[in-house]
Every structure is written in structure tokens, then in C-alpha cells.
Design a protein around this ligand. Structure first.
Ligand code: FES
Length: 298
């Protein structure tokens, strides 16, 4: 009964861990798709935001730990080894992701993380039931040879084998790491947070928006984060930074690469059109006019 669920969750967690290692942007704090960018983006809106300071300061170490933990949970579920411990670890990871990156999912039950959290409970309560699992095999051996090799020794050997396999998978993934895409640095697109519009409807000053780049501002009307862009000289546009998927603030990458959402990887072109989900809608446009050296909401 539990086998399909166990197989699915094993693949989900293995894929999560390995893809984090294989994507060099994840551990590159300067990348808008990194663990660091995700923590910065969600910290102010997470109910555990106050606890995320050390994670932000040591995002590479925490990111690596998270990737390895996800891969270990996946291997534990796949082989049915220390299944309950693997399920508990997977639930802790899902809970932490729910409280951070998908806390604002609407409706709340559409968050994948809360589904993983609950989907692991049968494996925490019942284990594998002995089906196609190292835990079940160990129990059989123990019954047949109660005085044989110490059960703990067998478990340690199996866990060591799984760890070696995990290390090989992670090492293999790191060989195929996606190169870090060149960021906006040097191309006039480095996000620069400007002060909120000081004069009522002002978003920012034209001089603060580089040609071919963007600045992050606070929309004085909604209080949301927004981006003011000058893709070609003298032509200003503005977009609400809230990702239409679950509301994380998107990051500007470059005029060519547009925007990326650090929470679940949605991508948008520089005009805000969605290129890749899970978001299914475009970024909201903010109408602007240019007046006396200011970019103003119109
Ligand atoms: S909030 Fe999920 S992709 Fe942006």
C-alpha cells in the first residue's frame, strides 16, 4: 500500500538534493537563484524570519547541508533503510520550507511542502511494512539468525553503503553542474535598492535607473517591492516584484534573462511575461510616466 508513495517521495527528495548540487547558482550567493537570495527574499514575510539570520549569513554551508539532507532522505526512502528516521528528516525539511518559501501559498493547501509534510506521516508511523526494504530484510535476518552478526553492524554497513552511493550521486551531479549564468553585474543591471518614493507617487529618479538595467523600489501605493526598468535609453517601465505563483519577490537578472523567482524558479522576460512556471501569470505592470527627472506612477 505504501510502496507507490514511498517511491514517489524518494524520487522527489533525491531529485531535490541532486539538482541543488548540480546547479552552481544555488550555492553562489551572488546569483538571484541562490539559497542566499531565497532567504533574503522570504525572510521578512516568514513566520520564522527571525531565525533565518544565521542561514542568510552562512547560506553556502546551510545550502550544502540541505542538499545532502534531501539526498539522504531520498536514499533512505528508496532503500527502506532507517525509514522512519528518513521520514522524520523529510518532514523537518518540508516543514522548514513551508514556513519560509511557501508560507504565502494561496490557498494554503496548494503548497507542495505541506503536502510532502503530510505525505510522509504514514512512513513515519508505519515504516515500510517490510516490503522491498533494507529494514524488512534486516528484520528477517534477525529472526532467522538471532545469534548471528550483530544487527547494529549490519545496519551500519548498509548505511555506509548508502552513504557511499549518495556521495557518488552527489559527486556525479557536481561534475555536471550548470555554469553560473553571468549576472547583471557589469551590464548595468545590478539591483540597487532605492529609497521609497519620497514625493507621493514617485517611484524613483530617472538618473538612478541605469540604461539596460533596473532598480528595486517600494511602490508607494501598494507598499510592495517593485522594479523600475530602463531597457532602452529614455524608455521607463515598472513591474510589481511579487511573483504571481506564491508571492515571493522576483529578482532582476539582466535585460536578456529577465527576472527569476528564487522560491520555485519561475522565470519572466524583462517585460514581465512568464517564460517558465510554476507561475502561470505575468508580473503585474505598474503604469509610469516621467516627469521632471522622476519616474512616477501614472
Ligand atoms: S513564488 Fe513560487 S515561483 Fe515564485
Amino acid at each position: 500500500v505504501l510502496l507507490p508513495l514511498r517511491a514517489f517521495l524518494a524520487v522527489v527528495y533525491l531529485d531535490g538534493g541532486i539538482s541543488k548540487i548540480a546547479d552552481s547558482r544555488f550555492l553562489d550567493p551572488s546569483s538571484p537563484a541562490s539559497m542566499h537570495a531565497t532567504v533574503v527574499a522570504v525572510r521578512h514575510s516568514s513566520p520564522i524570519g527571525g531565525l533565518l539570520g544565521p542561514v542568510q549569513d552562512h547560506s553556502v554551508g546551510f545550502g550544502l547541508m540541505m542538499a545532502i539532507a534531501e539526498a539522504a532522505v531520498g536514499l533512505g526512502l528508496l532503500f527502506g533503510l532507517f525509514t522512519r528516521i528518513a521520514a522524520a528528516g523529510g518532514m523537518a525539511l518540508a516543514l522548514s520550507l513551508w514556513l519560509t518559501v511557501s508560507w504565502h501559498a494561496a490557498p494554503w493547501f496548494t503548497s507542495a511542502d505541506v503536502v510532502y509534510l503530510l505525505a510522509l506521516t504514514p512512513l513515519l508511523i508505519a515504516g515500510t511494512g517490510g516490503v522491498l526494504s533494507a529494514d524488512g530484510w534486516l528484520a528477517t535476518v534477525r529472526e532467522r539468525h538471532p545469534s548471528g552478526t550483530d544487527d547494529r553492524t549490519r545496519r551500519v554497513l548498509l548505511a555506509g553503503g548508502a552513504a557511499v552511493l549518495g556521495a557518488l550521486l552527489i559527486g556525479g551531479a557536481s561534475l555536471f553542474r550548470r555554469p553560473t549564468s553571468s549576472s547583471a553585474a557589469g551590464r548595468g543591471g545590478v539591483p540597487q535598492t532605492s529609497a521609497p518614493g519620497e514625493n507621493g507617487q514617485n517611484l524613483t529618479e530617472t538618473a538612478k535607473v541605469p540604461v539596460g538595467g533596473a532598480v528595486e523600489v517600494t511602490d508607494p501605493v501598494t507598499g510592495n517591492q517593485a522594479w523600475v526598468l530602463q531597457l532602452t535609453a529614455g524608455h521607463f517601465t515598472a513591474l510589481d516584484a511579487a511573483c504571481p505563483h506564491q508571492g515571493c519577490p522576483v529578482s532582476f537578472v539582466s535585460p536578456q534573462d529577465g527576472f527569476t523567482c528564487p522560491c520555485h524558479g519561475s522565470q519572466f522576460d524583462a517585460s514581465g511575461h512568464v517564460l517558465r512556471g510554476p507561475a502561470t501569470r505575468d508580473l503585474s505592470t505598474i503604469p509610469v510616466t516621467v516627469s521632471g527627472g522622476d519616474v512616477r506612477r501614472s
